[in-house]
Write a protein that binds this ligand. Sequence first.
Ligand code: SF4
Length: 323
Amino acid sequence: MSEVLLKVKHLKKYFPIRQGIMQNVVGQVKAVDDVNFEIYRGETFGLVGESGCGKSTTGRSILRLIEPTEGEIHFDGRDVGSLSHREMRKVYRDMQLIFQDPYASLNPRKTVEKLISEPMAVHNMYTPGERKKRVHELLEVVGLNAFHANRYPHEFSGGQRQRIGIARVLGLQPKLVICDEPVSALDVSIQSQVLNLLKQLQQDFGLTYLFIAHDLSVVKHISDRVAVMYLGRIVELADKKSLYDKPMHPYTQALLSAVPVANPKAKRERIILEGDVPSPSNPPTGCTFHPRCSACMDICRTERPVLRNLGDGNMVACHLYNE
Ligand code: SF4
């Protein structure tokens, strides 16, 4: 059995809804509502769902960039939730985030050398001379050149900027990298290049990824296991092959039916999801997917299905699999 690097238990993040002059709390947005999963060392764990399903909030709560409302986060043997902000700073060296928009995450007034060496300087890694050498090495590792070090972010394309962001993270030699939609702002032709780079770096540096995306086709290439989120909860969690070959949850089936297949002769019926994702401030009763589910039964309207193990390690939250 592989070693668990990250364990998330009963994670919740509720945002208060305030109204009136007194800003009284009149409700809550349950962005993340009792999420549980483990990530093994060296694997890529995909977290997928439509926008607003809570996947990015989950990523940020793990890093405590936003404070979770409830729940436990254990990373590399440490209880992250109990650490002070000072102690968390040390954890940030091991747990890093790659952002969706590489341009917004890079200070336009700093050179590439400064941008990549800065995190290493903050964590007192290397002497200034060694850092400069390391920046040049990292630029080569991510497919850029040492002479790019003196340039500014605006001189690069979106794909190159994402490579700079990756080099910045890589300098810290992290154990876990949370990739928050790292290719969704890029052209399709560039997406696969960045995904291949992330895969190569994982092999070369033994990285573990939590890969957040709204598109199941993006996650397919890179993930070992995938969790599908809907309205703040995981509705299915399975190894990649099971999930893509035989999706169990009606929501996963609908998402997958929209993914283009490489074989033009292969027929796949497109499942159109009716309606929008309901508001997490006022989720439907029972199974929160029931207003959009074509397999909805009476029980689905009143009883919330729990995420249960199907016996092979794969999990699904749906009344269709009660027995
Ligand atoms: Fe559909 Fe019922 Fe399963 Fe929810 S529990 S996904 S409504 S069949």
